[in-house]
Ligand binder design. Structure first.
Ligand SMILES: [Ca+2]
Length: 328
């Protein structure tokens, strides 16, 4: 039933797109993009070379993974989305990978000061542990999204992609992306990849599309540079007191757990919040009637890697499932 609803909406969306005429040809969009990139960090030859094979691409209606099928915006609530996405199979895959790669996990944690369960969880939520993510020419996808006036793509994404294409560190690897223009196993933006790509296995190229350690290390380096706090986790599900003022859900102010405790918030299992000075704020994507969380600063960084608060919460939740029960 749910999938029928999704399909019907998708068909409606596609026919809408098909009838909307583009005001200018794609070639003109490409010219404008090239003009916008003509700055000191990229030569004219590099820009021309990068765009020489760019083509306009249109997305088909095929939904190729569970996340696309579970289109949150169409029908979902976190209460439905979370158990569908982070199901027993995904948890098992996460824990098995973690256990089979304990030495890598420990080495990543030591080098980047990011708990590796978050990296593995980010991979699971981004790509359901697919071992490769070679897809479509990233510059063609991003240029096509700009042409379609997607607000999610900026000139910075285009510039970062061209810089990656011209970077020697990437070796001979083609810069490919998914339909949203996200790169690699962990669906990072071109700018995020550019800010900290890692050739973790030292084979001479950064392959975040087909080498798990390169992909995990690149995300770890990004989170580390953004200020990840290794002494903290991401947040916790809580219960609000009955008389809680709904307006406070829109308040993004950080308060200590002790302050939240004084305001009547308790752990989801009914116990009191820890008496810690940890700074936390409310995250309630479905309002008072949905799951409510107190999230910490690290959650803001996870949110930079994810499309929606649902996915960021799913990463935190999967990371919890990797930690408990403990893997030895
Ligand atoms: Ca490598």
């Amino acid at each position: 039933m749910i999938f029928k609803m999704v399909s019907a909406s998708l068909i409606a969306l596609l026919s809408c797109t098909a009838t909307a005429q583009q005001a200018q040809p794609f070639a003109q969009t490409v010219l404008q993009l090239k003009d916008s990139l003509a700055n000191e960090s990229l030569s004219k030859a590099q820009i021309e070379n990068a765009f020489s094979t760019v083509k306009r691409v249109r997305k088909s209606g095929h939904k190729n993974n569970v996340k696309e099928q579970l289109n949150v915006g169409q029908f979902g609530y976190l209460e439905v989305y979370l158990p569908h996405l982070v199901n027993d199979d995904l948890v098992k895959s996460a824990r098995t990978f973690f256990k089979d790669n304990l030495a890598l996990m420990q080495a990543l944690e030591k080098k980047y000061q990011v708990q590796p369960r978050f990296l593995v969880a980010q991979w699971g939520i981004s790509n359901q542990f697919a071992s490769t993510s070679y897809g479509y020419d990233a510059l063609s996808i991003l240029s096509s999204l700009v042409h379609a006036k997607s607000e999610k793509v900026t000139i910075d994404d285009i510039q970062s992609t061209v810089q990656l294409m011209t970077s020697k560190a990437m070796g001979d690897i083609a810069i490919t992306s998914n339909w949203q223009g996200k790169l690699g196993l962990l669906n990072m933006t071109p700018g995020q990849v550019l800010s900290g790509y890692q050739d973790y296995d030292s084979d001479g190229s950064v392959d975040i599309w087909g080498t798990t350690s390169d992909a995990l290390a690149t995300a770890a380096q990004y989170l580390s540079k953004q200020g990840w706090d290794h002494s903290q986790t991401w947040g916790r599900q809580i219960k609000l007191p009955k008389d809680f003022d709904e307006a406070l859900l829109l308040d993004t102010k950080y308060r200590t757990l002790a302050q939240w405790s004084e305001m009547g918030l308790i752990r989801f299992d009914g116990r009191a919040l820890p008496r810690a000075q940890v700074q936390a704020r409310l995250t309630a994507p479905d309002g008072l009637n949905g799951r409510v969380y107190l999230t910490y600063k690290n959650f803001e960084l996870l949110s930079q890697l994810n499309q929606s608060p649902y996915d960021s919460i799913a990463v935190g939740y999967l990371a919890n499932r990797i930690k408990f029960p403990a893997i030895n």
